[in-house]
Design a protein around this ligand. Structure first.
Ligand code: TRP
Length: 474
C-alpha cells in the first residue's frame, strides 16, 4: 500500500469539521476572548478581530490545511518533503510544530485537570455529597491549586483521557469524541446563554462586551487593540503549530479546502461570541468584577454559580462540563500533532516505517505528563517551586509556545506557502475533483504579504505582552 492510501483518516466530512472546530474551540474562547473584547474596545475590538481573522487567520488556516492535505503527512513529514522538493531544509519547521504542541500541552492539561475537578465538585454539590464545592470560591480555588497531590492527580487524569482517545485512532477516537462532544457543547452553551441573559441586571454585561469604545482604535491604543485581537485570533484558531496540517492530512481530495477553512474560522468565532454571552451577563448580574484567565473561569464563574441558588450547581455542572469538552477536543489535537511527528521522525519521513501509533501516543503522553506534573506542583506559582525567568511554570511554557514558537511558525508557514510552494500548486490542490477556489487573488496577497506582516506584528505583540516591555503602549 502506498503512503497515502493506508492513512486512515476521518470517516466523514462532518467528523473532520467537528474535530477541527474542536481543536480551535478551547479555553482561549472561553476565558480569553470575552474578557479581551470587554476590556479592549467592545464592538471596536470585534471589528479588529474579524478583519484580522479574514486577512490573516483565514490565509494561515487555509495554508495549513493545504499543506497537510497535499503532503498527506503531519508537519514533520510535510516540511521534510516540501524542503526536499525545493532544495531547502525545512525540518526545523517540523520540530517547531512538535515542540510548540508539547509546550502548549505542557500546561493545557493542568488547566484541563482543574476544569475536570470543578465539573465533579459541582456534581458533588448537586447531589449534596461531601465532595461538593465548599466555602468562598476564591479560597476554594487557592486551596485546590496549592494542594499538590490533588492538582497533580487531576492533571494526570486529563492526560490519560487525552491519550486514551488518541490511542483509539483518528476515526475511532478523535472523530467519535468530537462528533458527539461539539454539538453537545453547542447545546449546553445555548442553555447557559439563555439563563445568563435573562438574569436581572444582565444588560450591564452585554454593555461590557459590546459597547463600542472607539477611542481604543485611536493613536497608540489602536496598536494595543490590534495586538491583543491578533494574539487572541491566531491562538484561538489553533494556528502556527501544525494542528491544522495534521487534521488536513486526513482530509480526502474531494473536500473543498477553501470552504473548510472558512467554516472552521467562522465556527470558532461564533463560539467565542457565544461564550461572551454566556459569561459576562451573569457576572454583571451578580455584581462581580469582570476578569480574564483562570480567575474568571474558576473564581468569578464559580461565585456566580454559588449565588444562583438551587439552579447554581446544575448550571455549574453544565458549564464546567462544557469547558471540559472544549479542553479535551483541543488537547487531543495537540497530542495528535506530537504522535504523528514522532511517527514521522522515527520513520525518517514515512510514518509507516516509524513507531506504532500506540507507542508514539504513549511516549508523547509521558513527556506531556511530566511537564504537567511540574505545572500542577507549581500551583500557578503559589507553592514556592523554583521558577524559570521569574515566571510561574504555566506562564513559562505559555511564553515559549503561544508567545514565540506558534506566531513564528505561522509567520514562516505563510511565507513558505506564498513564496516557496507558490500559486500554481495551491490552485491545483484546491481545485481537485471539480472544486472551486473563489478567492485565489485575495488568498495569494494574504499569504505572501498581509499574513506575514500581520504575524510579525502579532509575534512582537506577544513578546511585548509576556515581558511587559511596553512597546505597544508607549
Ligand atoms: N485554540 C485553542 C484554544 O482556544 C488553543 C490552541 C492553540 C490549540 N493552538 C492549538 C489547541 C493547537 C489545539 C491545537 O484554547
Amino acid at each position: 500500500m502506498s503512503e497515502s492510501t493506508d492513512r486512515s483518516g476521518f470517516n466523514s466530512y462532518f467528523g473532520f469539521l467537528m474535530a477541527a472546530v474542536g481543536s480551535a474551540v478551547g479555553f482561549g474562547n472561553i476565558w480569553g476572548f470575552p474578557y479581551k473584547m470587554g476590556t479592549h474596545g467592545g464592538f471596536a475590538f470585534l471589528i479588529c478581530y474579524l478583519i484580522l481573522a479574514v486577512l490573516v487567520g483565514f490565509a494561515i488556516m487555509f495554508g495549513e490545511l493545504f499543506i497537510g492535505r497535499r503532503e498527506m503527512l503531519g508537519p514533520m513529514g510535510s516540511y521534510i518533503n516540501i524542503g526536499k522538493r525545493n532544495g531547502k531544509n525545512l525540518k526545523f519547521m517540523g520540530w517547531l510544530a512538535m515542540l510548540s504542541a508539547l509546550f502548549l500541552m505542557g500546561f493545557y492539561c493542568t488547566l484541563g485537570g482543574y476544569v475536570l475537578k470543578y465539573t465533579i465538585a459541582n456534581i458533588g454539590t448537586l447531589v449534596n455529597a461531601g465532595w461538593g464545592m465548599s466555602g468562598e470560591a476564591g479560597a476554594y480555588f487557592t486551596a485546590f491549586t496549592t494542594d499538590q497531590t490533588q492538582a497533580v492527580a487531576w492533571a494526570v487524569i486529563f492526560v490519560v483521557l487525552t491519550a486514551f482517545i488518541c490511542i483509539g485512532g483518528v476515526s475511532g477516537g478523535i472523530e467519535k469524541f468530537c462528533k458527539i462532544g461539539m454539538p453537545l457543547l453547542f447545546v449546553i452553551l445555548i442553555v447557559i446563554i439563555i439563563k445568563s441573559v435573562t438574569l436581572p441586571g444582565s444588560s450591564a454585561g452585554l454593555a461590557f462586551i459590546f459597547k463600542p469604545q472607539w477611542d481604543m482604535l485611536m493613536g497608540k491604543e489602536f496598536v494595543n487593540t490590534l495586538g491583543s485581537a491578533g494574539g487572541q485570533m491566531f491562538f484561538s484558531l489553533s494556528l502556527g503549530m501544525g494542528a491544522m496540517i495534521t487534521y488536513g492530512s486526513y482530509l480526502t481530495k474531494k473536500e473543498n479546502l477553501e470552504s473548510s477553512a472558512w467554516i472552521i474560522v467562522i465556527c470558532d468565532t461564533i463560539v467565542a461570541l457565544m461564550a461572551a454571552l454566556a459569561v459576562f451577563p451573569a457576572v454583571f448580574a451578580f455584581g462581580m468584577e469582570p476578569a480574564g484567565g483562570p480567575g474568571l473561569l474558576f473564581v468569578t464563574m464559580q461565585s456566580v454559580f454559588d449565588s444562583m441558588g438551587a439552579i447554581g450547581p446544575v448550571m455549574g455542572t453544565l458549564f464546567y462540563f462544557l469547558v471540559t469538552i472544549a479542553g479535551i477536543s483541543s488537547s487531543i489535537s495537540l497530542l495528535e500533532v506530537v504522535t504523528v511527528s514522532l511517527q514521522e521522525m522515527t520513520g525518517k519521513g514515512d510514518p509507516n516505517k516509524g513507531w506504532s501509533r500506540k507507542k508514539a501516543v504513549l511516549t508523547g503522553a509521558v513527556v506531556v505528563g511530566i511537564m504537567n506534573i511540574i505545572v500542577a506542583l507549581d500551583g500557578l506559582g503559589a507553592t514556592g517551586l523554583p521558577q524559570p525567568l521569574g515566571k510561574c511554570w504555566l506562564d513559562f511554557f505559555d511564553l515559549l509556545a503561544e508567545g514565540i514558537m506558534m506566531p513564528f511558525g505561522a509567520l514562516v508557514m505563510s511565507i513558505i506557502v506564498g513564496w516557496v510552494i507558490g500559486k500554481d500548486a495551491v490552485v491545483k490542490e484546491a481545485t481537485l475533483e471539480g472544486n472551486k477556489f473563489h478567492e485565489v487573488g485575495m488568498f495569494m496577497a494574504c499569504t505572501k504579504v498581509i499574513a506575514p506582516i500581520g504575524m510579525a506584528f502579532i509575534l512582537l505583540g506577544q513578546i511585548d505582552s509576556f515581558f511587559g516591555l511596553g512597546l505597544f503602549s508607549l
